[in-house]
Design a protein around this ligand. Structure first.
Ligand code: NAD
Length: 495
């Protein structure tokens, strides 16, 4: 149950991990506290992170305010250059960043390398290209007296607070901070207390690469301490948050006083629909990826698999055969296909859902157990599939955030769409069909911020991502996220 810490990350873990970053300065938390961060595959201590609190957040916001004046006035091209340099430095340090991500989060190294770190670099590059394209409009107005020219310009908001979860730590931090900075804001980042290491390392190397001090600051710490101080701070113009619906509600309440702007990416219970005219083999592979990527700890996980009655048994048999073969292990081992859950608490929570599924009368087809042996020290759970799930069961309705697939049977398209839409959530959905008309029809009718047809879990810096209904509001990624970090000014010129 132990793994050797790779030499590439040892200096960072030994020297720098217990720091917050304010301006160019790495310091300990003002109150001096630390929080252990462990390897979820073994339980071994990786490092202690700084337990930041109100005093640290106050200083970080003040520093971000000071940096704002210079950063917003920097030419768009120069600002873009900084973001492009951060992208390059992520690629340069990819191995170290991916190793940290795997150690801290548990996900297989191939995933942290080709998904988390690679996409993070692409995101910084994409928004680095936007700084020179963020223009306004001139508008044909009809004033009551005389003539006027009206033009609009997109202005930054000020200091943005970014609060991110533990499932894609570097990537979600990147997709909040990069567009905020591109639009001319400065930022304070609060990573999850479970996975703060990659963001801390990113800031270190970004500062080395020329990110002006104070433009991006980082305060690690607990949600109710550092996070709460950030959402309560009157000097923060916007909170961009990804995490649980419960914390999202807390942020909405906290924002009422200062009327902070918000982007909220919350939970999901995404439906993945397999029609009988689909390529079944591709649908099975897609459904497995949809639920087991990142151990199912994905906000847009395809956790409700609706399968047409005619192909139901065939699809379930193929899914179960594949799921039983998934290799669990430490993310740094080459043959590992699935890692551990993030924490003992998360494992208990997910296991609670498995027990509820059995109690409610669903059929446990495979998984549901903690593997023993060499994996007993980590938070592992076997890939789990339930059939005979009814919509109203907790495993059919509630976000599990783990490797548990609920298979639901349907008879026709209208029924499938209606039941898919019956969730309070609406983050994403999948459709597997070779019928062109059906693909577009179902994509139109699904209440979800993203619909994937004959693919799943695809993310691109250019494509907006976010929720309908209780999955939140605002969008990450794409032009839309960039605009969310701006406010529009109309300038009237009397002529
Ligand atoms: P969480 O809400 O507990 O934590 C998210 C972040 O908020 C962490 O940084 C945490 O420290 C901080 N936080 C916690 N309490 C706070 C408070 N009172 N004030 C300010 N900040 C606070 O969620 P989590 O357990 O880290 O993440 C899992 C959840 O996130 C799941 O429910 C999942 O659906 C959701 N999620 C959504 C998306 C999305 O894009 N929609 C992506 C990833 C995760």
């Amino acid at each position: 149950g132990s793994v050797e810490i790779p030499p590439a990350v040892r200096p960072f873990l030994e020297n720098a991990a217990a720091s917050i970053v304010i301006g160019a300065e790495e310091t300990t938390a003002a109150a001096g506290g630390e929080i252990p961060t462990t390897d979820p595959a073994t339980g071994a201590l990786l490092a202690n992170i700084a337990a930041g609190g109100k005093a640290d957040v106050d200083r970080a916001v003040e520093t971000a305010h000071k940096a704002f004046a210079g950063w917003r006035r920097l030419s768009p091209a120069a600002r873009g250059r900084v973001l492009l340099d951060v992208a390059d430095v992520i690629d340069e340090y990819a191995e170290e960043l991916a190793t940290l991500e795997t150690l801290d989060n548990g996900k297989p190294l191939t995933e942290s390398t080709y998904l988390d770190v690679s996409l993070s670099a692409q995101i910084w590059r994409y928004f680095g290209g936007w700084t020179t394209k963020l223009g306004g409009q001139t508008l044909p107005v009809s004033p009551a007296v005389g003539e006027a020219l009206v033009y609009t310009q997109r202005e930054p908001l000020g200091v943005v607070g970014a609060i991110v979860p533990w499932n894609f730590p570097l990537m979600i931090a990147s997709w909040k901070v990069a567009p905020a900075l591109a639009a001319g804001n400065t930022a304070v980042l609060k990573p999850s207390e479970f996975t703060s290491l990659s963001a801390l390392r990113l800031i270190e190397v970004a500062l080395e690469a020329g990110l002006p001090p104070g433009v991006l600051n980082l305060v690690t710490g607990l949600g109710p301490e550092a996070g709460q101080a950030l959402i309560d701070h009157p000097g923060v113009a916007k909170i961009s948050f990804t995490g649980s619906t419960e914390t999202g509600r807390r942020i909405v309440t906290a924002s009422a006083g200062s009327l902070k702007k918000l982007t909220l990416e919350l939970g999901g219970k995404s439906a993945n629909l397999v029609f009988p005219d689909a390529n079944i083999e591709a649908a099975v592979q897609g459904a497995l990826n949809a639920i087991f990527l990142n151990q199912g700890q994905v906000c847009c996980a395809g956790s409700r698999l609706f399968v047409h009655r005619d192909i139901h048994d065939e699809v379930v048999a193929a899914l179960a055969a594949e799921a039983r073969g998934i290799q669990l292990g430490h993310g740094l081992n080459e043959d590992t296909q699935m890692g551990p859950l993030i924490s003992a608490r998360q494992l208990d929570r997910v296991e609670g859902f498995v027990k509820a599924g059995v109690r409610d009368g669903a059929t446990l087809v495979c998984g549901g157990e903690r593997p023993g042996g060499a994996l007993a020290g980590g938070h592992f759970l076997e890939p789990t599939i339930f059939t005979d799930v009814r919509d109203e069961m907790s495993i059919g309705a509630d976000e599990i955030f783990g490797p548990v697939l609920s298979v639901l049977k349907f008879d026709d398209e209208d029924e499938a769409v209606r039941r898919a839409n019956s969730s309070v959530y609406g983050l994403a959905a999948g459709v597997w069909t070779n019928d062109l008309k059906r693909a577009h029809r179902v994509a139109r009718d699904l209440e979800a911020g993203t619909v994937w047809v004959n693919m799943y879990n695809m993310i691109d810096p250019a494509a907006p991502f976010g929720g309908y209904k209780s999955s939140g509001y605002g969008r990450d990624l794409g032009e839309e996220s960039l605009l969310g970090y701006t406010q529009t000014k109309s300038v009237w010129i009397g002529m």
